[in-house]
Structures are given as structure tokens and as C-alpha cells.
Design a protein around this ligand. Structure first.
Ligand code: SF4
Length: 254
């Protein structure tokens, strides 16, 4: 069967990268809405503030834009409560995708329910099963997705482009409209629009993921220091955003 999926060439993406460096977030989102049919574009958010901002901006341009989130099965209760808060605030559905039990069962049987604490490799396997694969399934009918990465999030994200081909998900277009925003910009937008905040931000969380893998941060720590806090010298990424950084080799004195 011939694929109906729309693909942009690497050359087109290169030109868009140059152009989008000078566009603001609403203009980038507007481009995606104009360029792709409604059923084939989506905002993907973990319900952190950045994704909520993008969803809100996109809804201003297309009230029925698809909004997708992943329930990994290990989210904090506060995130599920917040999902309901947002559904009520926007008065519209949010698509929720889940890991496949058949994917998880062999992993949990072999390594236990908290395997992520045992090694970086097992942590990344858990993220793959609970986040990467569900997202891949969700994006199966999507040609362009939008996410809330900021360059100021972490050193690993400092060079994130405004748009790129997501080769992990079939070469579709991935848009990062908030790359130039600061955390203060995000808070200001949320306040101006009267958007409800995820309740964990009030408890010194600056980045929010699964409950066992996220903690509050201390003053002066990096924004993403509370993610997989027991890991040293990793990129603090789960694999869904295409951000990769080689692990630093640490010499251990013998
Ligand atoms: S953040 Fe933790 S619990 Fe969630 S998918 Fe990754 S390793 Fe698993």
C-alpha cells in the first residue's frame, strides 16, 4: 500500500530552520496549522508548562487541534488530577496514550517494577517502553508534531533546532516553537492567559515526569536536576525528543 504520509526533504527542513530562527512561537505554530491537515498534526505534551503553553497557543488558531499526552503508568497523582483540570479549563478532549502491557510485562518480570534505579540502561529501557513506543504508536497517523523544548532547559538542549525531521518516528516533522523562551516567559504567558499550573511547580519542582524519577530541586540547581536525580553525567532525556548527548566517560581511579 502506498503511504499517504507527507514528508519534507532535508533541504526543505534546512531552509525552514533558517527561517524559523526569526519567527516567534505563534508564527511557527501557525505554519504547522496551515501546512498540515488537522488530523495529521498534534501537540504532544507531558503536561508541563511549556506543552500547555503550546497547546493553548495552538487552540487560539485551531480550537480542535489534537493534543496528546502519555500516561506512562507511573505518573504522579498530581499530573492525572491536572489533566482533568486542563480538560475542564479548555472544555475539550485531550488524547491519552498508554504503554502496551505486552511490552511491559517481560521487562517488569525480569527486572522488577523499579528497574530504573539499577542502571542507566534499564532506566532508558523503561522510558522506551513507557514513553517512546507509546508515542511512536500515537504518531503513526501524524505528519507534524509540536513539543515544548526550550534551549534554556539544559546544556543538552542548548542547540535544539526550531524544526527538524524526527527520524525516530518515520521522518515526520517535529516543531519546537518555544526554543527561545525562558522559564519566566512561560510563567508570564500562563499568568496572562489565566492557565492553571501543574500543582507540583508550587512544591519546588521545575521539571515534572514520572513520580519515582522526579524530585523537587534545591535553589541554584539546574531546571532538570530533579529528573533521574540519582544519575550522574547523563543527558537527562527519556528519548522522545530526539535530544542525544554522548555520555561523558568518567575515569575511575584504580
Ligand atoms: S521516567 Fe522513570 S518510570 Fe517513567 S518511563 Fe522513564 S524510567 Fe520509567
Amino acid at each position: 500500500m502506498v503511504s499517504q504520509r507527507r514528508r519534507l526533504s532535508a533541504a526543505s527542513i534546512g531552509r525552514l530552520q533558517q527561517r524559523f530562527e526569526t519567527l516567534d512561537a505563534a508564527e511557527m505554530i501557525g505554519w504547522a496549522i496551515q501546512e498540515f491537515p488537522r488530523s495529521r498534526r498534534a501537540v504532544v505534551t507531558s503536561l508541563q508548562a511549556e506543552g500547555v503553553v503550546i497547546a493553548d497557543m495552538a487552540m487560539e488558531l485551531d480550537p480542535s487541534i489534537r493534543v496528546i499526552t502519555i500516561d506512562t503508568g507511573r505518573l504522579p497523582e498530581e499530573t492525572l488530577t491536572y489533566l482533568e483540570t486542563l480538560r475542564a479549563h479548555w472544555d475539550r478532549p485531550i488524547e491519552v496514550v498508554y504503554p502496551e502491557p505486552a511490552d511491559l510485562q517481560p521487562f517488569v518480570a525480569s527486572h522488577g517494577v523499579n528497574a530504573f534505579y539499577a542502571s542507566v540502561d534499564l532506566r532508558k529501557q523503561c522510558c522506551n517502553l513507557r514513553k517512546v513506543l507509546p508515542l511512536r504508536r500515537a504518531l503513526g497517523d501524524v505528519d507534524c508534531w509540536l513539543a515544548g523544548l526550550r534551549r534554556s532547559h539544559s546544556p543538552a538542549r542548548a542547540a535544539v533546532p526550531p524544526v527538524h525531521l524526527d527520524t525516530d518516528n518515520g521522518g515526520i516533522v517535529k516543531l519546537n516553537p518555544l526554543i527561545a523562551w525562558s522559564a519566566a516567559d512561560v510563567r508570564a504567558y500562563m499568568a496572562e492567559r489565566g492557565l492553571p499550573m501543574h500543582p507540583l511547580y508550587a512544591q519546588r519542582y521545575t521539571s515534572i515526569g514520572c513520580a519515582p524519577c522526579t524530585r523537587a530541586v534545591e535553589p541554584g540547581e539546574d531546571e532538570r536536576a530533579g529528573r533521574w536525580w540519582w544519575e550522574a553525567d547523563t543527558d537527562k532525556e527519556c528519548g522522545i525528543n530526539g535530544v542525544r548527548q554522548p555520555l561523558r566517560i568518567v575515569e575511575i581511579a584504580s
